[in-house]
Design a protein around this ligand. Structure first.
Ligand code: GLN
Ligand code: ZN
Length: 761
């Protein structure tokens, strides 16, 4: 009989009721001591592990759990602690650990960035010149021993050396092989040897970097590294785990001297299957199959996955099978049974972490003992999916027809940029280097309190609206006083830029407890796109035209773009994403029209998530960018030539997508740039940008007030490569997280900088 295990790659940290988050934040705010924090976190670890065992997971993971982030855990374990944190050897204290993650009075935090193409952020490991990495403490070993004391033989999960180094910064690319082979590999070997001595069996080494474009040289280093690791701990079974896409160098990967290989058969399904077919799979290795979507919340079509397993069984016969989610369940909420208020057709097809683990057990049953054994469950599963698919909200035929009938004019402004620019110059008569902001102003405690009162019913709709209007009016006054050229209404009515719109468009729904970790203790509750998206009624026109009525200056309307709406939601998986993007673009187009006809002459459509959503493999970029550009243009092309379309993007690495950004054909783009200025400017040295552009002149992530000199320098550098007639002056991003005093002081200086620079031109 074949050998089949179920395995899990990682479990959500936050807890059903965000207990983890609450424990951490109570400690940070001084409400609970370290000892109590440790006790509470330990209780959670115990609960999580037991839940997984009860759900029938044969190989429950340990070491995936953390006090903040698993990449930071790995860096700390190897002693990669930047000097500024003043660590002097030995295991790292919790205070130092949190200081690296969050910063403290003496030292700025380590950089944080997106984990591959997900919305999880990890802490970037920093190599410094004289750093001598050593194994300060064997974290997976500690986790393994703890589980053993609880009677569980767990599978330690470790971030693999190749991916770890790929995610780190602070070294020259030429040093990569040396750091991998001479520095990291021996440390990993030590970790593994100690685990071997403690009686561990399977070890999961996460190597998602394998799904990016790996070079032949890198592949060779990898081979050497894993050969050494396998030799160092021959008693362990090493499993190299990939996820988020198909692997680039399959035939090299399966030759690694390890016991098991993990493939993602959800996000890398077609290509990974083709590789299995073409190159086979070694008979002496275990094949770990990612069959359950670890990144989205839909139930698995179980019959389809069982058929897939049978299909694979026909082509390869590995030593054994591991059935598992496609990636760590960190990216989905904990338990869907908690969701009682969703439409019943939708509730029937939602699966969070717990439901996904149940699905695994069913797949194992069916695969081992034949589908007849699980026939009832399969039927129920198919029926729920079918009912959902037939639900009236899934398809709005008129919308589909209207979109299918769109012609290229719908995606093109009536006039090319040069002509629009001429008309806009006359219409607006802005000074050279116009000043503006990105949209939001401080969401102060008063703003948040007011929203809470309205949500809980203490305040009527009326009263809340009055409050928001008053705050808007106050900030219109502040902006006029500061002397900004283009004003914003301040976004006080929005908690979140995606939630605000999804709440008002047809096709979205919201969970009650569907939280996922974004970074550290910060969690987000992404909306669900469950059906065709449609415009229902104007969403922002009232607020924007109210703000416009208060001032002679122009007020910018503010919308969230299609790609960002998609990236920050759980998206239906029965339609190509390009279709969903068009539907959102089409709905936004109607909002743009509503704004324009209510007298708003400048409309900004934010796309902060466009850059971060780039596929992991380069050959997939074009399709993604085409889709993003089409949807954006559909949203923004209907307006008069003098109506000025703005867009905004947060992330700063743009050199490789400037062409796509240009094809958005937005009259003005603002880009976050002050954190990596040199690099962004460099991008424009090679190729200038022919539309309006504002490179953020100060970093809004810090409470620090920028000096005029540094902003001036930033602007002057930009003007060496960008045409002055198209240059705007603005901060890096929205100001909702800053305090009023900081915002006012910074913007006053920013306006003075604009005046100073005008003198020079
Ligand atoms: N308009 C939004 C704001 O100002 C943009 C936020 C973002 O770029 N993430 O908050
Ligand atoms: Zn931004």
């Amino acid at each position: 009989m074949v050998n089949v295990y179920t395995s899990n790659l990682g479990y959500p940290r936050i807890g059903k009721r965000r207990e983890w988050k609450k424990a951490l934040e109570s400690h940070w705010s001084g409400k609970i001591e370290q000892a109590e924090l440790e006790e509470r976190i330990k209780t959670l670890r115990h609960e999580y592990l037991h839940t997984q065992v009860e759900k029938g997971v044969d190989l429950p993971p340990v070491g995936d759990f953390t006090y903040y982030d698993h990449v930071l855990d790995t860096a700390v374990m190897f002693g990669l602690i930047p000097k500024r944190f003043g660590h002097d050897g030995g295991p790292v204290s919790l205070d130092t650990y949190f200081a690296m993650a969050r910063g403290n009075q003496k030292a700025v935090a380590c950089e944080m960035t997106k984990w591959f193409d997900t919305n999880y952020h990890y802490i970037v490991p920093e190599w410094e010149e004289e750093m001598v990495p050593t194994l300060l403490e064997n974290r997976p070993l500690r986790a393994f021993r703890e589980a053993k004391r609880w009677g569980i033989n767990a599978k330690p999960v470790i971030l693999g050396p190749f991916t770890f180094l790929k995610l780190a910064k602070g070294f020259h690319p030429d040093q990569f092989s040396r750091l991998l082979l001479d520095t990291l590999t021996p440390l990993y070997a030590q970790v593994l040897q100690e685990l071997e001595a403690a009686g561990a069996d399977w070890i999961q080494l996460d190597e998602p970097a394998f799904v990016t474009d790996v070079t032949a040289a890198e592949m060779e280093w990898l081979h050497t590294a894993y050969s050494r690791l396998a030799d160092a701990a021959p008693g362990l079974r090493l499993l190299v785990q990939t996820y988020f896409d198909s692997v680039s160098a399959y035939s090299d990967l399966i030759r690694l001297p390890v016991h098991g290989i993990g493939l993602d058969l959800v996000y890398g399904r077609e290509e990974n299957l083709a590789s299995l077919q073409k190159h086979g799979f070694p008979e002496d290795k275990v094949l770990a199959l990612g069959l359950i979507d670890g990144r989205n919340i839909w139930k698995t079509p179980l019959q389809k996955q069982l058929n897939l397993l049978e299909e694979i069984r026909e082509i390869v016969s590995p030593a054994a099978w591991m059935l598992q989610p496609s990636c760590s369940l960190l990216h989905v909420p904990v338990d869907a049974a908690e969701e009682q208020e969703l439409p019943s057709e939708l509730a029937g097809v939602i699966a969070f972490a717990h439901e996904k683990l149940d699905e695994l057990s069913i797949l194992k049953e069916g695969f081992l003992h034949g589908q007849a054994v699980v026939a009832e469950v399969l039927q129920e599963n198919a029926a729920a999916i079918e009912t959902f698919d037939q639900a009236s909200f899934r398809r709005i035929p008129e919308i589909r027809k209207e979109i299918a009938n769109l012609t290229s004019t719908a995606f093109t402004r009536s006039h090319p940029f040069a002509e629009r620019q001429e008309q806009q110059e006359k219409f607006y008569s802005f000074p050279l280097f116009p000043t503006t902001t990105i949209g939001s102003f401080p969401q102060s405690p008063e703003v948040r309190r007011a929203r809470k009162k309205w949500r809980t019913g203490e305040w009527s709709e009326e009263r809340y609206r009055e409050f928001v209007q008053k705050e808007t009016a106050r900030w219109i006054g502040i902006q006029e006083e500061i002397g900004l050229d283009v004003l914003v209404h301040g976004e006080f009515e929005r908690t979140d830029m995606v939630e605000y719109f999804s709440d008002k468009l047809t096709g979205f729904s919201f969970t009650k407890h569907g939280w996922v970790q974004s970074y550290g203790s910060r969690c987000v509750k992404p909306p669900i796109i469950h059906g065709d998206v449609a415009f229902h009624a104007p969403m922002t026109a009232e607020m924007s035209s109210y703000a416009q009525s208060l001032t002679e200056k122009k007020v910018k309307g503010m919308l969230t773009g299609p790609t960002t709406m998609i990236r920050w939601s759980f998206v239906r998986d029965d339609l190509p994403e390009s279709e969903v993007a068009l539907q959102i673009g089409y709905a936004l187009r109607q909002e743009v029209d509503a704004l324009e006809s209510s007298g708003i002459a400048i409309i900004q459509v934010d796309e902060p998530a466009l850059r971060e959503g780039l596929p992991l493999k380069k050959h997939k970029w074009k399709a993604y960018l085409d889709q993003a550009v089409r949807a954006f243009r559909l949203a923004t092309s209907s307006v008069q030539p003098q109506t000025q379309i703005h867009t905004h993007m947060c992330y700063s690495e743009f050199h490789d997508i400037i062409d796509a950004i240009q094809t958005l054909d937005a009259d003005v783009i603002s880009i976050e740039s002050s954190r990596s200025h040199g690099e962004l400017i460099h991008a424009f040295e090679e190729k200038t940008y022919p539309l309006g552009i504002g490179l953020g002149v100060y970093d809004i992530h810090s409470p620090r007030i920028p000096t005029e000199a540094e902003m001036l320098q930033t602007v002057e550098r930009a003007l060496r490569v960008l045409p002055p007639t198209l240059f705007w002056i603005n901060p890096d991003c929205g100001l909702k997280t800053r305090r009023e005093e900081e915002v006012v002081a910074s913007l006053q200086k920013m306006v003075q900088v604009a005046q100073a620079i005008r003198q020079q031109w």
